[in-house]
Design a protein around this ligand. Structure first.
Ligand code: NDP
Length: 328
């Protein structure tokens, strides 16, 4: 039997425990070309909140009563696929459950980079790639630029800070609380903004970036995006990665400084990491940082499948430093 979290009801606002249900389901016998995977690590990510809504988006909504999906790292314990022998550690999308039967083409053996397996759910996986391609390709950030990144103590943000520093940029990170801000500094940020300290982000950013910013990597939206608009320099580039500020609350975003786009010829572009198929540049640069010993990785770990919804919901109150994970 497999244990899996299903979506029990569609939430409005911040989800509650009654929106999730843990169920047991039988697993099928393996067909030719299939493997059985026992999950060791599950990823919870902010984008999953969007999949709880029944709306058309770039990923289909979770179905009511069906196991939810998400990134996971597991071990192959039974195989009828020659290319994926028993014992292989793989990443796949059948998360939110303890085990799964999957076609071999739906699992990817982990690259051999000498990092912990769970790193492939964070810095060496989807969030790390998001940081890398968002910063370097969407925002076209380059040495000498001043980069502002929000949610800088999170999985994506903390990787943006480190890649930007490794590539010779000045970095300003914002995060909630003194402890997270101290950690963002440790990662190499030149300045930090504690957006929970009571000052407006626009005022705080003006103080630490008196000459303005060249790049904004947006994880938050709302007041952070507006502050970045207020301080954008000529030809600034904004990579719009996420807007967690509105995921649970479809409140209208009020952007007082939006018209600054015009005079400063600011380019603003959203992106989805799934559009980036060639990851060779990412692995090469991350492996270099790893070898040079400059890469810091932090994880916040909840223990046990039962705590998966709790870990997920904690993303929305800043309960994680680095990547939020569940260990099974
Ligand atoms: P994080 O690890 O950054 O976790 C979320 C963090 O967001 C929290 O720890 C919290 O940090 C901060 N946060 C939560 N609510 C608010 C709020 N209302 N205002 C300001 N900050 C808030 O998550 P990820 O690194 O996985 O994701 C970061 C962003 O990137 C998300 O918006 C996500 O949707 C997006 N994303 C987009 C992708 C794409 O393809 N475009 C792919 C992957 C992620 P704090 O304590 O500092 O408030």
């Amino acid at each position: 039997m497999m244990k899996a979290w299903t979506l029990a009801a569609r939430p409005e606002g911040l989800p509650q425990s009654e929106h999730f249900a843990l169920v047991e389901q039988p697993l099928p016998e393996l067909d030719e070309g299939q493997v059985r995977v026992v999950n060791r690590w599950l990823s919870v990510d902010p984008y999953m909140r969007g999949r709880m809504n029944d709306v058309k988006s770039y990923v289909p909504p979770f179905q009511l009563g069906e196991p939810m999906q998400g990134g996971a790292i597991g071990e192959v314990v039974e195989s009828r696929a020659d290319a994926i022998p028993v014992g292989t550690l793989v990443s796949h999308m059948a998360g939110w459950r303890d085990e799964a039967v999957l076609p071999a083409q739906h699992v990817q053996p982990l690259p051999e980079l000498g990092v912990d397996p769970q790193a492939f759910l964070g810095q060496f996986g989807m969030p790390g790639m998001t940081a890398y391609y968002g910063l370097l390709q969407i925002a076209e950030a380059k040495a000498g630029d001043t980069v502002f990144v929000s949610a800088a103590a999170g999985a994506v943000g903390s990787t943006v800070v480190q890649i930007a520093k490794a590539k010779g940029m000045t970095v300003i990170g914002s995060a909630g609380g003194a402890e997270k801000c101290a950690w963002v500094r440790e990662l190499g940020a030149d300045a930090v903004i504690d957006y929970k300290a009571g000052r407006s982000v626009v005022e705080a950013l003006g103080e630490v970036a008196p000459e303005g910013i060249d790049v904004y990597f947006d994880n938050v939206g709302g007041d952070h995006l507006d502050a970045a608009l207020a301080h954008a320099r000529l030809h600034a580039r904004f990579a719009i990665c996420g807007m967690i500020d509105v995921y649970n609350d479809a409140k209208p975003t009020s952007l007082k400084y939006l018209a600054r786009l015009i005079g400063n010829r600011v380019r603003i572009q959203g992106f989805i990491i799934a559009d980036f198929k060639d990851h060779s540049g990412f692995y090469r640069d991350m492996a270099t940082m790893l070898r040079e010993g400059t890469l810091k990785r932090e994880e916040t770990v909840f223990e046990g499948l039962e705590r998966t919804p709790e870990a997920f919901l904690a993303l929305f109150s800043g309960g994680n430093k680095g990547k939020m994970l569940v260990r099974l």
